[in-house]
Design a protein. Sequence first.
Length: 279
Amino acid sequence: MSRLAERFAQLRQQNRRALIPYIAAGDPELWVTVPLMHALVQAGADILELGVPFSDPMADGPVIQRATERALKHKVSLRKVLEMVREFRNKDSNTPVVLMGYLNPVEVMGYERFAEQAAAAGADAALTVDLPPEEAGDLAKALKKHRLDAIFLLAPTSPRSRIELISAAASGFIYYVSLRGVTGAANLDVTEIADKLKEIRRHSRLPVGVGFGINSPAIAAQVAAFADAVIVGSAIVRRMEELASQPERLLQEVPAFLASCRRAMDANENNDQISGASR
């Protein structure tokens, strides 16, 4: 069983939802990333999403774009990101790590070499934002060979045919983009998300994680009421930007924000259990 499958199985037994923070590797300084990964786990992260910096992050809003720019100033490459994962694994052999990024760096390295080195470093999955499942066959084959999950995105506008296609191609979990727009956008419609997840689950037994637009503990708790995982990106990266010149403080305050999301999610889940027991 993969680390992702095992983690989701554990959470199901506990009637809890996964909390997945996103950070861009190398932001704001190279040395910050691995200590921050550990601190986020201590704060309640169940899975880590580690962004691979790329010069043209088309799916990301300005907050994460600026994080990518900061990381690229430090010459953070895909190879360096894998080194960070390897260093993280020296102390943490259990927390799943998902690599999120764009296809170009993977193509430059080569699909087989990327999958082999990602697995050797201790990564668990890859999400390539700009690679549709119709064109992902070669990469998906390499990932599967090295026991890495291939994660794909679904959106509010995804028709039934697209849901069926991605449900067949994906492993690990399905990433549902909750907004029509880029990361960091606003105007989250929780009811619409819940309805879309019901539709997705008619076609897939994979866990479904919801990301984009989750910017507060209250919204994280609302989404956790029906999603298998809550993915928090821009809200974390925005705090990292504000504290970029104070990395020691960043290592305290960013995990503290994530911990507030964890508490809100857990309180909501406990309330649901009490409510269910009283009926």
